[in-house]
Structure formats: structure tokens, C-alpha cells
Write a protein that binds this ligand. Structure first.
Ligand code: VGL
Ligand code: ZN
Length: 207
């Protein structure tokens, strides 16, 4: 049962660049759109996240001479996967998928806008210290249980789920409303980490 007061649906990064044909396409990423649209009416509160990078962002392989997308590099804050240029501020690729029902969303949290720090999680940037402010917002609004959907299961969704647990929220991953990049077993590794952290996994049919 969804609690109208204390539950919140967080829709992660359903943006053109993560859908087929996009710069960092998640296989079948667009398939989450109808699944999420069916879910939204069941929740009284919805939040969207939007990957939002300046051109030349440090997470882009193009910003590192001699590096190709999907290689890694050591940054001040640790190992960073290098991505194709994606979700550049104000570009078409950064827009939400045109079919996504965004109408009732109460907050859009943008992340990854600092040129030198990536941010997979909706809560904390990849340096593990810079907060986005989301946990304060959610606590202030009285939300206690977060349902997560979107892209990509093994990066932005998983990192958000794990941070949400660290911040003390109950977390429910709606598995069929997510799709993964899945590089070198990254999907299963993320699922295992979420299980260990006490993230509950369900399907839309369970709601
Ligand atoms: C994402 C890689 C880089 C995601 C964002 O939304 O999962 N992944 N930026
Ligand atoms: Zn990104």
C-alpha cells in the first residue's frame, strides 16, 4: 500500500541521452517510460532527477587526452568511469523523454553540474561529500519511504538507493521500471549491494 503522505516516487534520469539513439544509451531505456507513467497516479508525491553536465565535464572521456569512453581514470575523489559526452545542459539529450509524464512532479533535482565532480546519486556527488540537498528536502517534507524508478539501475539508481539507505530512508526499487547499462556484470553487482543495504525490490504488479 502506498502511503499518500510519507511515500515519494523518485524518477531517476529518464532523459533522451539514456534512451536508444542517445549519447549514453541504456539498452531499452525508453521501455521504462510507459511503466513509470502507469505508476505516477498512485503516488501523491513525485520527484525527478536530471543529469545536467556543463560541456567539457570531467566525467567525459573527451576531457581526458588519450582516453576512450568506458575506460576509467583516477580523479581526486577516486576512480571515475569516463562516459561519452551526455546530458549537456540545455541540450536535447538532457531533456526528459518526451513521453514521460512529468506534470505533477514537485521537484527536479539536477546533478553533475560541477565541472570537476560527477554525481550519480541524487543525494551525494561522487566525491562522497558534496550534498545535493535532497535528503534535507525529503526529511523536511516528511517523506520516509522512497520508491525508485528510472535509469540506470547500476549507476544513478543504485547509488541513489544506497545513499538513501545511509540517510535513513526506507527504499523500494521498482525493478521493472528501471533498466541497466550493465557493463562487466555491473547490474548484478549493484543488485547485490542494494540487497545488502536493505533495499526492498518489487515489480509494478506488486503495487
Ligand atoms: C548515469 C552515467 C553517467 C546514470 C549518469 O544516469 O545512470 N550514468 N551519468
Ligand atoms: Zn552523467
Amino acid at each position: 500500500m502506498i502511503n499518500k503522505t510519507t511515500d515519494c516516487l523518485i524518477i531517476i534520469d529518464v532523459q533522451n541521452d539514456f534512451c536508444p539513439g542517445g549519447a549514453l544509451e541504456v539498452p531499452a531505456g525508453d521501455e521504462v517510460v510507459p511503466v513509470i507513467n502507469q505508476l505516477v497516479d498512485g503516488f501523491s508525491h513525485r520527484i525527478l532527477t536530471q543529469d545536467w553536465h556543463p560541456a567539457g565535464h570531467h566525467s567525459f572521456a573527451s576531457a581526458h587526452a588519450g582516453k576512450s569512453p568506458f575506460e576509467t581514470v583516477e580523479l581526486d575523489y577516486g576512480t571515475q568511469v569516463l562516459w561519452p559526452d551526455h546530458c549537456i545542459q540545455d541540450s536535447f539529450g538532457a531533456e526528459f523523454h518526451a513521453g514521460l509524464d512529468t506534470t505533477g512532479a514537485e521537484l527536479i533535482i539536477r546533478k553533475g553540474f560541477r565541472p570537476a565532480i560527477d554525481s550519480y546519486s541524487a543525494f551525494t556527488e561522487n566525491d562522497q561529500t558534496t550534498p545535493t540537498g535532497l535528503s534535507g528536502y525529503l526529511a523536511n517534507r516528511g517523506f520516509r519511504r522512497l520508491f525508485l524508478a528510472g535509469l540506470a539501475t547500476d549507476y544513478c539508481v543504485a547509488w541513489s538507493a544506497l545513499d538513501a539507505r545511509r540517510e535513513g530512508f526506507e527504499v523500494v526499487l521498482i525493478e521493472d521500471a528501471c533498466r541497466a547499462i550493465d557493463m562487466n556484470g555491473s547490474r548484478q553487482a549493484a543488485i547485490d549491494q542494494m540487497d545488502d543495504a536493505g533495499v526492498v525490490r518489487i515489480c509494478t504488479a506488486d503495487l
